[in-house]
Design a protein around this ligand. Structure first.
Ligand code: FES
Ligand code: FE2
Length: 435
């Protein structure tokens, strides 16, 4: 348990995992125009994520190379230039040095060329509109980092012609908890939904009901998926939702027919042909048979793709990303972005956002439960006795439970939710902690 609050472990994480790995920073649609920017953190360091002239996204250290002042003090905006408020050195959206005041007096000095005075740059990769950065000068290729998870994530973020867009700026809240609480939970803890989130089932927010939770809660059955990189998630058959919307005799429909009858949240029936253009047959089957509904992206991001009822009781569904930004061994900032397909009708976007706000994020029903847990785990790990305790991952299925007809890659654990994918997350964590 010591790893949940130890400052030395945290320092090592910053030096290894958060320097080496590709880290989620945001989504392209947050900064659609030249000059648009958001400020985020890459590991422990503040960065400016900006769209430069030419359209490329750049990630620059938000620390002035002059005397170390933070250059941009805003959360987001549009600026042709970022000017440090201390002595006025100015930088373009691509991080390059533009100039200093009193040019004729050479206030930026003569020792370094202007080309050497820019902000430090991180490497950038964009996948499904998601912006990833790394300080690693020789990072593993992004495709290797994403590995088998790509097959599954494509079904959420790369399935239509114009892709998805954020529905407004992210919700952000600070939680007095270590980032690994949500980190390991996101890769497959279905078990906690029975108890921690019991109230959600009692009010019909998770499919199932208060009476049936312990026997047959739909969230308990499905396939947990994980990859060697520590990514993972839970694929859950949306049978109850199909049954509610389509009727009980759903077995007679093919996967394609089911998708037509109940398209994934964000997709309208007229957009179904786009799914067939961007996804292969197996991915289409996955979306209809057992879509990836909740999962984690190593080390500190997660995604949700839930069918959830809106205030009128109609199933609308949501698509969201979380980021658990470490701010120290005992604190993080928790980001939530809501998404819909760019081409979804405006009223669908509004309904998806409303359902998202209702279910997850700062005021949502779900993470109210989780944030409390992550905080108390972190506090517990600081006690002399608590620090010596271990976390148990003994409900292990093993490696041989992938259904023979399962279309996707990776390690797949079929049936009742178990501990394998979370244990795999810790194995990836241990591997990544090496200097
Ligand atoms: S510290 Fe930024 S201009 Fe001096
Ligand atoms: Fe939860």
């Amino acid at each position: 348990m010591r790893v949940m609050s130890d400052p030395d472990v945290y320092a090592l994480e910053m030096e290894t995992i958060f320097q080496k790995k590709w880290i989620l920073l945001g989504h392209e649609s947050e900064i659609p125009n030249v000059g648009d920017f958001v400020t985020r953190r890459l590991g422990g360091d503040p960065v400016i994520v900006a769209r430069a002239s030419g359209g490329d996204v750049h990630v620059s250290l938000n620390v002035c190379p002059h005397r170390g002042m933070r250059v941009c003090a805003l959360d987001s905006g549009n600026a042709p230039m970022h000017r440090c408020i201390y002595h006025g050195w100015a930088f373009r959206p691509d991080g390059s040095f533009f100039g200093a005041p009193v040019e004729r007096e050479q206030m930026h000095g003569e020792i370094y060329e202007k080309s050497e005075l820019g902000l430090k740059k991180a490497k950038v990769h964009i996948y499904g509109g998601m912006i990833f950065g790394t300080w690693n000068e020789d990072p593993e290729p992004f495709d290797e980092f994403l590995g088998d998870m790509k097959y599954y994530l494509d079904t959420l973020f790369c399935r239509t012609d114009r892709g998805v867009e954020v529905l407004g700026p992210p919700q952000r809240l600070r939680i007095r908890a270590n980032w690994k609480g949500p980190g390991e939970q996101a890769t497959g803890d279905g078990f906690h939904t029975l108890t921690l989130h019991r109230s959600l089932m009692e009010v019909g927010q998770m499919g199932g009901s208060g009476d049936s939770i312990y026997d047959s809660a739909p969230s308990m059955y499905g396939q947990n998926v994980s990859t060697d990189q520590g990514h993972g998630g839970r694929c859950i058959p949306p049978e109850t939702i199909f049954a509610t919307v389509i009727g009980s005799d759903i077995g007679k429909y093919s996967w394609e027919e089911r998708l037509n009858l109940l398209p994934p949240p964000g997709v309208t029936p007229s957009m179904i042909p786009e799914l067939h253009r961007h996804l292969d047959k197996g991915q289409i089957e996955l979306l209809a048979r057992s879509p990836l509904q909740a999962g984690g992206l190593f080390p500190n991001a997660s995604f949700l793709f839930l069918y959830a009822p809106d205030v009128t009781g109609q199933f609308v569904g949501l698509l969201a990303l979380h980021l658990f930004q470490p701010l120290g061994p005992e604190e993080m900032e928790f980001y939530t972005w809501f998404f819909a397909e760019k081409d979804a009708p405006e009223d669908m976007k509004q309904r998806m956002r409303a359902v998202g706000v209702q279910a997850i994020g700062s005021s949502g029903l779900i993470e109210q439960d989780d944030t409390e847990t992550w905080s108390l785990m972190t506090q517990a790990s600081k006690g002399f006795m608590g620090a010596q305790g271990t976390m148990k991952y003994q409900a292990i299925t093993g490696e041989h439970t992938k259904p023979a007809d399962w279309p996707g890659p990776g390690h797949v654990y079929d049936g009742f939710t178990k501990d394998d994918t979370q244990w795999n997350w810790w194995l990836a964590y241990k591997n990544a902690l090496v200097l």
